[in-house]
Design a protein around this ligand. Structure first.
Ligand SMILES: *Cc1c(COP(=O)(O)O)cnc(C)c1O
Length: 368
């Protein structure tokens, strides 16, 4: 006899992180985890160094200074912000708080999109939810399909906007329509991990919906993508007061480390970081998209710092991936997301994008 995990645990597929190493390659370029093209913002290294003799102290449990800085940077009330060890931390907690079993013992339901971010499924199943995947239209969230999937057992709807791994986004009007048509007791989680990259007038990362809504909408954000400190684990949620209170009841009291806290402050303070990163990303994303288009490799229109490229078949994607690896270029297979014929490629520096385009040019030429 030994302790047995609840039966739903064995059915969970562990998260597959982006590959980080290629044995034998002398230069590796990692374009597999959307970590931002420029590394950590200036000031972060100094902020971390300044903590070198203070690691024995617990961090501020309430992350007061960091929440104030996030609030100031994004025009939000710090009292309605909760920080986490990455936004994943908060996504898991939302499932535990609002999902799980219903009063009659049946599983509640969590709805996500067909190619939604895989953490939602892991977190939902851990909490005891039944996870339902709503079909998409052209790799884009389909509001009507989500609404059609709603049952009396539905408690949570997760949308990544823009979505990973598809790169597509849901316009503000559609997100608003979804919120209006969902039952008021269903929590809508808007995961805006790539919000900083979006430059469209018809986009709301979730702030407007949280502000206009009742008690039923929350937005999550991260420091892991444009802010370039994924290794330190820092994310945050913005929601209504009662939800914030619930998250504060159950989160780890020291879920944001001393280092993550001060690095987050420094990242937010770096002048022009968002604007510069967004401009670079838009330019290079358009250039790489065009280069792949010219090679006959279709790319899904992206609002993020990655592109989803279609190699026509699983064998094609596998061969392209092998070819890229041969040049030290690591991108992301997304077969686990039900996209075996695609590769997800992070927008890196100008040189890195050129290397990807060059390698795929040779790949296409060799197969022509
Ligand atoms: C990268 C990513 C996150 C961020 O996760 P962290 O835990 O904050 O590093 C969340 N959602 C999506 C869709 C992502 O791609």
């Amino acid at each position: 006899m030994h302790p047995r995990a609840r039966p739903e645990i064995a059915a969970i597929h562990p998260y597959t992180p982006g590959v980080a190493q290629l044995p034998g390659a002398n230069r590796v370029i990692k374009l597999s985890s959307n970590e931002g093209a420029f590394g950590p913002p200036p000031g972060v290294a100094e902020a971390i160094a300044a903590l070198a003799t203070r690691h024995h102290r617990y961090p501020d449990s309430d992350a007061v200074a960091l929440r104030a800085a996030i609030g100031a940077r994004f025009g939000l009330d710090p009292a309605r912000i909760v920080c986490g060890a990455g936004s994943d931390d908060l996504l898991f907690l939302l499932c535990h708080i609002y999902g799980g079993k219903l009063a009659d013992g049946a599983s509640s339901e969590l709805i996500m999109t067909a190619h939604g971010f895989s953490i939602y499924e892991i977190a939902g199943r851990l909490a005891g939810c039944r996870v339902v995947k709503a079909p998409e239209r052209a790799l884009t969230t389909d509001v009507d399909a989500i609404l059609a999937a709603v049952t009396p057992a539905t408690r949570l709807v997760f949308i990544a906007n823009p979505n990973n791994p598809t790169g597509t986004f849901l316009p503000a009007g559609e997100a608003q329509r979804l919120r209006q048509r969902l039952p008021p007791d269903v929590l809508l989680v808007l995961d805006a991990a790539y919000a900083e990259y979006v430059d469209r007038p018809d986009y709301d990362p979730g702030t407007a919906l949280v502000d206009s809504g009742g008690e039923n909408t929350v937005m999550t954000r991260t420091f892991s993508k444009m802010f370039g400190i994924g290794g330190l684990r820092l994310g945050w949620a913005y929601g209504p007061a009662e939800m914030v209170a619930n998250l504060n009841r159950v989160r780890g009291p020291f879920n944001v480390s001393l280092v993550a806290h001060d690095a987050g402050l420094a990242a937010l303070a770096a002048p022009g970081w968002i604007e510069q990163s967004r401009r670079h990303n838009a330019t290079e994303r358009a250039r790489l998209t065009r280069a792949l288009d010219d090679l006959g490799i279709p790319v899904t229109p992206s609002e993020t710092n990655f592109i989803l490229a279609d190699f026509g078949s699983a064998a094609g994607a596998e061969a392209a991936d092998a070819h890229l690896r041969g040049r030290g270029l690591i991108v992301r297979r997304v077969a686990g997301y039900g996209l075996p014929a695609h590769l997800r490629i992070t927008i890196g520096t100008t040189e890195e994008c050129d290397l990807v385009a060059g390698a795929l040019g040779d790949f296409a030429a060799a197969r022509a």
